[in-house]
Design a protein around this ligand. Structure first.
Ligand SMILES: N[C@@H](CCC(=O)N[C@@H](CS)C(=O)NCC(=O)O)C(=O)O
Length: 254
């Protein structure tokens, strides 16, 4: 085959492959909560095609054997990327790991430069180990627990207050938590947006408030945080059936 023609054929083939790749949506195992929003926001920001697979955690769908194969910790979010490394499917659980994967895959919102990457990772892990779990405990003891445990409520409200203070100071002289907009901001926004339910007053934290407004004005963030909200309508977290599924879980042996 003539060289020019061979080149053109190779180019056309490559184009076809790209088109094929684009056509394979990422499967998003999801329920509309702050942890779920992290991934819907990232997918929206990157313009990646995805299919929504609801995991109704109030009904125990997180314990379905097929889901546990993807997410052995019986928690959403999780993803399956049919076009993973080497062109083979990959499944990922843990929202932080998913954000990093999507950041590496797309080259977006997760800088390659080591210093900038470390900045992002510090704040991403700070969210994963701090803001998420602590705000989650406030939600539990303040809003869901059938017993009122003042000590527990105050302990977690205070810890979230401390964390918001850290974030507020950090944002005093930078627009986003790691400087430039990144996956760390996406990990935080769904949680900070719940400040009222967490017994906080956002006016105490002017820089954090400014950041939250900036975040919520982004159209991908709006779309990400609106995804599937209708699914959880009418679910009462104090319903004993829901509480039996979600609270008091203990080790499973199989
Ligand atoms: N560290 C996990 C936490 C995920 C998580 O806690 N997900 C909750 C909803 S926000 C869940 O799936 N709960 C189901 C259950 O408690 O059984 C992550 O960031 O992905």
């Amino acid at each position: 085959m003539a060289r020019g023609k061979a080149k053109r054929t190779a180019k056309a083939k490559a184009k076809k492959t790209v088109a094929k790749r684009k056509a394979k949506p990422i499967e998003l195992y999801y329920w509309p909560t702050p942890n779920g929003f992290k991934i819907s926001i990232m997918l929206e920001e990157c313009g990646l095609p995805y299919t929504l697979i609801p995991v109704n955690i109030s009904k125990g769908e997180q314990f379905k054997p097929d889901f546990l194969k993807i997410s052995p910790n019986n928690r959403m979010p999780a993803i399956v990327d049919p076009d993973g490394p080497g062109g083979r499917p990959i499944s990922i659980f843990e929202s932080g790991a998913i954000l990093q994967y999507l950041g590496r895959k797309t080259g977006k919102f997760y800088p390659k430069d080591e210093r900038q990457r470390v900045e992002v990772e510090q704040w991403l892990f700070w969210q994963m180990g701090g803001v998420g779990p602590m705000a989650g405990q406030v939600h539990h003891f303040k809003n869901y627990a059938v017993e009122t445990l003042t000590y527990a409520i105050n302990r977690y409200i205070n810890e979230v207050n401390r964390l918001y203070g850290v974030m507020n100071l950090r944002l005093k002289d930078r627009e986003f938590i790691a400087g430039k907009y990144s996956i760390a901001d996406m990990a935080l926004v769904g949680w900070v947006n719940g400040w009222e339910r967490q017994g906080q007053d956002i006016d105490e934290f002017p820089y954090l408030k400014r950041w939250l407004d900036t975040m919520k004005a982004r159209s991908a963030v709006k779309r990400g945080m609106a995804l599937g909200l209708e699914l959880r309508q009418g679910i009462d977290m104090k319903d004993p059936k829901v509480q039996a599924v979600l609270f008091g879980q203990r080790a499973r042996t199989a």
